[in-house]
Design a protein around this ligand. Structure first.
Ligand SMILES: CC(=O)N[C@H]1[C@@H](OP(=O)(O)OP(=O)(O)OC[C@H]2O[C@@H](n3ccc(=O)[nH]c3=O)[C@H](O)[C@@H]2O)O[C@H](CO)[C@@H](O)[C@@H]1O[C@H](C)C(=O)N[C@@H](C)C(=O)N[C@H](CCC(=O)O)C(=O)O
Ligand SMILES: Nc1ncnc2c1ncn2[C@@H]1O[C@H](COP(=O)(O)OP(=O)(O)OP(=O)(O)O)[C@@H](O)[C@H]1O
Length: 524
């Protein structure tokens, strides 16, 4: 039986009276709240358990109050909503449960849930990771360090929610606030002592982590993404910067390799350390003195040194089993968060990071040998990430660099020409295909990629557009490869699906490329 997030609820909740739960946020009170006991909180009528409060949020597409009666039928014992929601409900059929009015339901959903589940986050070591790229890898590296140190962590990230033996592929990077709170509560019941949470900018803006206080967080970088939602890089930065402030954390680890990290360090109001992965001369508390990576041994090695006057000569060697320069930034962030931030022993953290594994990020599907080309699945989906990853792989490719890629529909369209341009500048042969068109016309999405490619190759030399399906693109790209070539399949990592018009079609680059490799380059 497959487990979903809906199955992850704590079993020993001490019920909280409704009046106590909403105290401080409710704009009114009513006698019919008396005797109502609450066992949890949800914002989604599809995800309600008996005794929970349904928080009806005014959304971009609908008002949650429209789904209140469905939530009540599923077991909700009260509805928390705003004035519009309350009016909508008073004009509807009798709900049969109390309606509590608050100013901003979205902002209170996570704090209400924290209260309902006994503030689980306050009883764990909490690590938060933000940045445009590298969050998942850094989260897994921090998880590995915590696991090694016996802190029994759970992890929420784009690639996986993992709690003990349970592993779920999540719909989103950062889940809704009530979902996070209840999984933390379940984690506590199962003996978890720590949690690593990948925090998207959307999660901060949409209050999914509202009320949480992390022990330590990191800011990795800010690159071109999500401008459909934020419009400007300044707005996007402001959202992410909040995670590194006293609103959400006690300490911060800031990478100052880009102007945004430098700006953040200048405004940070909690104790913080800075580091640079790229410039040994940078003005930072920690710098990387040596780094190397290898696709055959599947590793990245790093020598990190403290620049602090108090410990000028201390240096640390990290060995990271994920190849590529970008992973230097990620590994150092995880090291500093768990040692300086949480006080874990450096030896345990180093041993933990050495055992790191990250699904769908620089995953080597076949190493180069007499019979097979090197084939890698990666999740690069911004121009900067694609550029770094292609440069890394180029250095280690004696033959041609072949890339299979696309870009998402219904997400930041402004980055598409840059993704195309970067691929054309850094790879030899380009197979252009689909990622998740969602509700957009795939021809239009690919057209914007091709627009960028044409800036570098006006005649589209060595560019093949595959209009049938991604599987064909992967198969034909691998079929065309000789052993000296490298095939990079980017953009979807370990995503389990392709989304077309709201329908999720099972599809995974790692599975498809393994099947294709076995068919075209059999080992026996
Ligand atoms: C742009 C965005 O983030 N939208 C979020 C927003 O949606 P919305 O305001 O449009 O909500 P809505 O669909 O109008 O519905 C209003 C309310 O009714 C509820 N509802 C709706 C329908 C129903 O049948 N029953 C029901 O209860 C909804 O749960 C919601 O609470 O509020 C909803 C509830 O809080 C979120 O689920 C939804 O995330 C959508 C699904 C999404 O795709 N978000 C992406 C962009 C996202 O968050 N991405 C980040 C970044 C990833 C990265 O770094 O690459 C992430 O963390 O994943
Ligand atoms: N520190 C980094 N800087 C730039 N690019 C990176 C970095 N780390 C990883 N990448 C590239 O970005 C891709 C995504 O990495 P990862 O999944 O760790 O990031 P993410 O921030 O979690 O992305 P998302 O939130 O979109 O899931 C990787 O496959 C790699 O190509």
């Amino acid at each position: 039986m497959s487990i979903s997030v809906k199955d992850l609820r704590p079993s020993n909740v001490t019920p909280v009276p409704l009046s106590a739960l909403v105290d401080g946020w409710a704009l009114n009170s009513s006698p019919d709240w008396n005797g109502v006991e609450v066992y949890g909180v949800t914002v989604d009528s599809h995800d309600v358990a008996e005794g929970e409060v349904f928080v009806a949020i005014p959304g971009a597409r609908a008002h949650g109050a429209q789904f209140a009666s469905k939530a009540v039928k599923a077991g909700a014992v009260a509805v928390v909503t705003d004035r519009d929601g309350a009016e909508l409900l008073s004009s509807e059929v009798e709900l049969g449960v109390p309606v509590v009015e608050v100013a901003d339901p979205r902002a209170v959903a996570a704090p209400l849930a924290a209260r309902a589940y006994g503030n689980p986050a306050e009883r764990m070591k909490l690590v938060g990771v933000t940045g445009t790229n590298g969050k998942t890898t850094t989260s897994f590296a921090s998880f590995a360090a915590l696991e090694q140190a016996g802190e029994n962590p759970l992890i929420f990230c784009t690639a996986e929610i993992r709690l003990g033996d349970v592993s779920i592929y999540p719909e989103r990077t950062t889940m809704e606030g009530p979902v996070i709170q209840r999984i933390l509560a379940l984690g506590l019941e199962q003996g978890c002592r720590s949690a690593v949470i990948e925090v998207s900018a959307h999660a901060i803006s949409l209050h999914r982590i509202q009320g949480m206080k992390f022990d330590v967080v990191t800011f990795l970088n800010l690159q071109h993404d999500h401008l459909d939602y934020y419009h400007t890089m300044d707005n996007y930065f402001a959202a992410k910067a909040r995670l590194c402030s006293s609103e959400f954390t006690r300490r911060a680890v800031i990478c100052v390799d880009d102007q945004w990290g430098q700006r953040l360090a200048a405004q940070c109001d909690v104790p913080f350390v800075t580091y640079s992965a790229y410039d040994p001369q940078a003005k930072a508390d920690w710098t990387v003195l040596e780094k190397s990576w290898d696709l055959d041994t599947i590793s990245t090695d790093v020598v990190l040194a403290s620049q602090s006057a108090a410990a000028p000569s201390s240096s640390v060697k990290l060995s990271v089993p994920v190849p590529g320069e970008v992973n230097v930034q990620n590994a150092v962030a995880a090291y500093l968060m768990t040692t300086w931030g949480l006080g874990l022993s450096a030896d345990q953290v180093i041993a933990g990071i050495k055992r790191l594994s990250v699904p769908g990020r620089m995953t080597i599907m076949s190493t180069r040998d007499q019979r097979r080309p090197l084939v890698i699945v990666d999740f690069a989906h911004t121009p900067e990430a694609l550029e770094s990853v292609l440069r890394t792989v180029r250095e280690l490719t004696p033959g041609r660099l072949i890339v299979v890629f696309g870009t998402d529909g219904d997400r930041d369209a402004s980055k598409r020409p840059d993704v195309g341009r970067v691929a054309a500048e850094n790879a030899d042969i380009l197979w252009v295909t689909d990622e998740n068109p969602r509700y957009e016309d795939p021809v239009q999405v690919r057209g914007q990629l091709l627009e960028g490619i044409r800036k570098v190759r006006p005649e589209l030399k060595d560019v093949i557009e595959v209009i049938t399906c991604r599987r064909d693109a992967i198969r034909e790209a691998i079929r065309s490869a000789q052993v000296a070539d490298t095939v990079m399949i980017t953009g979807k990592g370990n995503e389990h699906y392709q989304e077309f018009n709201g329908v999720m079609h099972p599809f995974e680059d790692t599975i498809v490329s393994a099947e294709v490799l076995d068919a075209i380059f059999p080992l026996d």
